[in-house]
Design a protein around this ligand. Sequence first.
Ligand SMILES: *[C@@H]1O[C@H](CO)[C@@H](O)[C@H](O)[C@H]1NC(C)=O
Ligand SMILES: *[C@@H]1O[C@H](CO)[C@@H](O)[C@H](O)[C@H]1NC(C)=O
Ligand SMILES: *[C@@H]1O[C@H](CO)[C@@H](O)[C@H](O)[C@H]1NC(C)=O
Length: 273
Amino acid sequence: MVSFLLCLLPALLATTSAQISPPATLTCKTCFGETKECSFVPGTCQDNKATGGCLSVAEVVKLDGTQYTFFYKECLNTYKSDIEVPISFTVGNGQYVRINTTRCSNADNCNSGTLEVPTGSTTKNGLQCPTCFALNFTVCNSSITPCTGDQTYCLDFTGFLKKGPSSSPFQAKGCATESVNDIKSGDSLNSAVYGFVFTEATSKPAEKTPTPQKTTTTTKTTTTTKTTTTTKATPATKTTPATTSGASPALGKFSFALYLPGLTGLLLVKLLS
Ligand SMILES: *[C@@H]1O[C@H](CO)[C@@H](O)[C@H](O)[C@H]1NC(C)=O
Ligand SMILES: *[C@@H]1O[C@H](CO)[C@@H](O)[C@H](O)[C@H]1NC(C)=O
Ligand SMILES: *[C@@H]1O[C@H](CO)[C@@H](O)[C@H](O)[C@H]1NC(C)=O
């Protein structure tokens, strides 16, 4: 791998010096793929060294029955997401989002390393959260679910889930890594297949799973909040086109999201052939 990069370097330098490049330019690796080799459309991109950076993402997402695993690298100026650290959450029925991500700006091609997809631990950690996932204003019928691994927080999100050109309102509750605290109302989170826009985002430390000594204790009725949060999401539908502060991130993300299904299609064709 290193020797391969060394071979590439003179070529890269030649390309950059051929252009009248501004002095403070950062070069990053670009690629896309369903395996960590990230071998589809390999290339490079240029960032402003002062403000930009290189991104690498390894993710596995399952929200509609299909598990998608993707790896990609790109310049941060083409990627707008408010989430800068690895994040994982589980919203029940085998549905989850697990994103490993790094950013760097210390050296050209600093994102050439390989990231691992976060492995979903199945080891219960003694904590629990109300858990549900609902699309298109269906009821998010939550049930208390044990948390696993490093998912020690409970999330409660409403927003929009974008997949290609379609945008569906969603509500999600479940166990999450502590990094879920970084997600605030109005933030967006990008994955290769989905884009999330969170209209409401709250999270709190998960509660301990009660030790099973009492037989008939049902103290918490967290499901009762579902109707109110569902209706709260309704006005947000109208405000979406007029999103002001989030406008440019949304565009950056959206163009990327539009770009990817095409690549996915090509990959599938490649895989099927
Ligand atoms: C992300 O990838 C790195 C490099 O392979 C790995 O060491 C790390 O454990 C991964 N992080 C998560 C959250 O999976
Ligand atoms: C939700 O609505 C979107 C857009 O109208 C549609 O494409 C999608 O299939 C719907 N999803 C479900 C689970 O009903
Ligand atoms: C919610 O889920 C529980 C258990 O899965 C089920 O018994 C109940 O009928 C569901 N309620 C609604 C409104 O779907």
